[in-house]
Design a protein around this ligand. Structure first.
Ligand code: PMP
Length: 324
């Protein structure tokens, strides 16, 4: 029998999808790891699972315990599913600027959800810091702490990247991905540089995130902003520290939105905004490097989580982002 064991056994082993039109146009193989097919619907199921397993192994999380996290949504959704499957409680702190779809999904999953104003990381009322304090004050609770908990990037070092390596028969030339916590990018780039130091590892960054300038100049510059959710950062998280990086590429919102709609109408893929950044970066690199490259990125989550924004023409028009 070929049967996966519950929710937990269904995380990972996602397909690698050739983006046909983009690949044919550029002469490169532009490949997307279909993380939206994880059972909780995003790449963050892997990190959520590793964080919970790590806390169980260390004896920090016991039956009936509580998992507390500050999250832009997808990690919370992954954690809430796993908590249900394993019998833990889940408490999520989320900035109120995140899409209603994600907040609703968390509540439907039975997580206790506290929305807080979106303030920068340096502010003590930032959602990440609030979640750390609540975890400390709550009995029998752990703080998932996805940004600085290295179990996050280990998930991608031990699963995502080896899967890509196998799926491409080791023929990957370029790895490019946007970073939120940095877990996906860093864990995979560490693995790829170990198995073949020739693989180029490139950070894709939305406007308003400091990673691009950090890679280029060593300084963090966070001018500008983006409609994308779950990616971009104003600091180097523990998960990003020491991540092998050859270069960075910055993608603006008009380019991202155009790519999201190309994916929908030309590839048949209904994707979230961070996928627009990832695939636009892969496409730009394909054009810059010329034919023959195999470029791999992440299809982080699906468009269903962004119906009211990225797929709402009134909302896009108000942002000046409505494509033709
Ligand atoms: N895309 C989306 C939609 C996300 O929610 C996240 C995680 N916040 C990412 C990309 C980035 O993943 P990571 O945290 O591993 O850098």
């Amino acid at each position: 029998m070929d049967v996966r064991q519950g929710f937990v056994g269904t995380v990972g082993n996602t397909p690698l999808i050739r983006l046909n039109r983009l690949s044919d146009e550029t002469g490169c193989e532009i490949l997307g790891k279909a993380e939206f097919l994880n059972p909780g619907g995003s790449v963050k199921d892997r990190a959520a699972l590793y964080i919970i397993k790590d806390a169980e192994e260390k004896g920090l999380l016991k039956p009936g315990g509580v998992v507390v996290e500050g999250t832009a949504g997808n990690t919370g959704i992954g954690l809430a599913h796993i908590c249900n499957a394993k019998g833990y409680k889940c408490l999520i702190i989320i900035p109120e600027t995140q899409s209603q779809e994600k907040i609703d999904a968390l509540r439907t999953l039975g997580a206790e959800v506290k929305t807080v104003p979106a303030v920068p990381y340096r502010d003590p009322n930032n959602y990440i810091k609030v979640s750390g304090r609540i975890a400390e004050e709550t009995e029998n609770a752990i703080w998932a702490n996805q940004f600085d908990n290295l179990a996050n990037r280990r998930a991608h070092y031990e699963t995502t990247a080896p899967e890509i390596w196998q799926q491409t028969d080791g023929k990957i030339n370029v790895w490019v991905a946007a970073t939120g916590t940095g877990g996906t990018y860093a864990g995979a780039s560490m693995y790829f540089k170990e198995v073949n130091p020739e693989i180029k590892c490139i950070v894709a960054d939305p406007m308003g995130s400091g990673l691009y300038s950090y890679v280029k100049t060593g300084e963090i510059n966070t001018e500008g902003g983006s409609i994308t959710e779950g990616i971009g950062n104003s600091r180097i998280t523990a998960n990003m520290q020491g991540a092998p990086t050859d270069d960075a590429i910055q993608i603006d919102d008009p380019t991202c939105v155009k790519m999201v709609y190309r994916l929908l109408y030309e590839e048949g893929l209904f994707m979230g905004g961070s996928v627009g950044i990832n695939v636009a970066a892969a496409y730009a690199l394909a054009k810059e490097m010329g034919p023959g490259q195999t470029i791999v990125t992440i299809l982080c989550d699906s468009g269903t989580r962004y119906q009211s924004r990225l797929y709402n023409s009134e909302w896009l028009e108000a942002k000046g982002l409505l494509p033709n």
